[in-house]
Design a protein around this ligand. Structure first.
Ligand code: PHE
Length: 501
């Protein structure tokens, strides 16, 4: 029997968990989420979600991954044979995210290269939409593949393959130990530069100025929970998988809390950098911040290039910004892919190298759909459905099944046995009561809202196929996989003597 792979060091594991958490979601998604959901007031539901759902679920996932030592399907199978599909659901969501996430990293990679000549010119909007994406008129007009994006995507798939092929220690751990410190240095340089720009404070005021009316809107709460789940990579199979590579004596409570706080701290820093720059731009143009900022994809690829044009040393800053998107995105991409591959390695007893190679080939093929001229539309729909429904519901099911139909106390006991600080009963309350109530309410409200109006003004066919159909497919395949023949590895009892060197 081959031994399950293990992290070489504690810092390697923590950096990898942080590497998964910090991604496009922090630099690109967080700022516009705050901005479009009531500014500073958004932070109230955001921190509520972090403290009552984010951290408790992070610790829960570290604990079950560590205790049952498996990828998500294997962990759920060991908890209760009938729950294996829950793990597959999460692992398959990883596949769906992987195929579009890598395309956004490819945009960032292209922009990193463009920054040498500020190739986006004076009109970054036209450049992005017309020249770069060459966007078609509707989701069904695919047009051809966009060469630059294609090249970037293939190069990135190659590196993902390389890292995963090399294994947990030699691949994932080393990549994170390299990229994460670089990313921290880069964000600090950008922070130092941007906050002293003239007009920065007006951008920050705009970002943090609360609009308390927003707090009463369920959509703002849904956005905050969605952001926390996406940003912390919880309920995505990933943290369970990463924790399954931990040696016996590993601090779960501490690592989980550190990962969560560093991730959210990083989001704040990224928000400060971006809005300082927007404040500066508004100041230069003599308009208000509201007029310069745009939400959605546009923020990183349209508004920021515009702002970067106005900065002193624009090439250097542009290079730093887009390269940091690439690094942050790449370490997350590795984790998303591992969340999916590890499931097949465990279930069918296949060799890692074989699974990773097949995964990368199929992944590269499927991601081509996002490289077409209608890629942005499809990406938008898939992203919306997977994150708003796929994840909220699977998260809800995970929390309810484990905390109500399984022995939650035994998991808390496991955490307390190995961790430096003990977690109290508040943890059970968060998982048993608060999170299911809020998530359940939001899930239902969101679902009804969705039925009333097609998302984003798209037509029925697009929303149906790229949204609902993808979700149903994920669930159906999860059950099929649960019922296919498995060759699970034997549970290897942990030897409490194995500590890190
Ligand atoms: N957490 C990552 C981010 O913020 C994205 C991610 C989502 C990673 C889902 C893994 C799984 O960008």
């Amino acid at each position: 029997m081959t031994k399950r792979e293990e992290w070489a060091t504690r810092i390697g594991f923590v950096l990898s968990a942080i590497g998964s958490a910090i991604g496009l979601g922090n630099i690109w998604r967080f700022p516009y989420m705050v901005y479009s959901n009531g500014g500073g007031a958004f932070l109230v539901p955001y921190f509520f979600a972090l403290l009552t759902a984010g951290i408790p679920i992070m610790i829960l996932e570290f604990a079950i991954g560590h205790k049952y030592r498996g990828s998500a399907p294997l962990t759920f199978f060991r908890i209760c044979k009938k729950w294996e599909w829950l793990g597959w659901w999460q692992s398959l969501v990883c596949f769906v995210i992987a195929v579009y996430y890598i395309v956004v990293i490819s945009w960032a990679l292209n922009y990193t290269i463009f920054s040498f000549g500020l190739k986006w010119g004076d009109n970054p909007n036209d450049f992005f939409m017309k020249q770069f994406l060459n966007i078609s008129k509707s989701p069904w007009e695919f047009g051809g593949l966009q060469l630059n994006i294609l090249l970037g995507t293939l190069v990135l798939w190659f590196f993902v393959w390389l890292v995963l092929f090399s294994g947990v220690r030699k691949g994932i751990e080393i990549a994170n130990k390299l990229f994460m410190p670089l990313l921290f240095v880069m964000i600090l340089i950008m922070l130092g530069r941007s906050v002293v720009l003239e007009g920065a404070s007006s951008g920050l005021n705009w970002l943090f100025k609360p609009n308390f009316k927003a707090i009463t809107n369920y959509k703002v709460w849904a956005a905050a929970y969605g952001q926390i789940f996406f940003s912390l990579s919880i309920c995505f199979a990933i943290m369970i998988t990463y924790a399954s590579y931990l040696p016996a004596k590993s601090d779960l409570a501490n690592n989980g809390t550190i990962t969560s706080f560093i991730n959210c701290g990083f989001s704040m820093l990224a928000g400060i950098v971006i809005f300082s720059i927007l404040g500066y731009m508004a100041n230069q143009q003599g308009v208000s911040v509201k007029e310069v900022a745009s939400s959605g994809v546009g923020l990183a690829f349209i508004t920021l290039p515009k702002a970067i044009n106005l900065l002193p040393f624009p090439k250097f800053f542009g290079f730093l910004f887009f390269l940091s998107l690439v690094f942050a995105g790449f370490t997350s991409m590795i984790s998303i892919s591992e969340g999916c591959c590890s499931a097949f390695i465990d279930k069918f007893g296949w060799d890692r190298r074989r699974v990773v190679t097949i995964f990368s080939l199929i992944g590269a093929l499927v991601s081509l759909i996002f490289v077409t001229r209608s890629g942005l539309y499809i990406l938008d729909i898939v992203d919306h459905f997977v994150n708003n429904f796929g994840i909220i519901f699977v998260g809800l099911l995970e929390v309810i099944l484990i905390s109500w139909f399984f022995d939650l106390e035994s998991i808390r006991a496991h955490v307390n046995e190995v961790s430096d600080f003990r977690i109290g009963r508040w943890w059970n309350v968060c998982l048993k009561v608060i999170t299911p109530v809020v998530l359940g309410y939001m899930g239902v409200a969101n679902f009804i809202g969705e039925l009333k109006k097609y998302y984003g003004g798209y037509d029925f066919k697009s929303v149906f196929i790229f949204g609902w159909f993808v979700l149903v497919l994920i669930i159906v395949i999860s059950f099929l996989l649960q019922h296919s023949k498995s060759r699970w590895p034997k549970l290897q009892l942990l030897n409490p003597q194995t500590r890190y060197k």
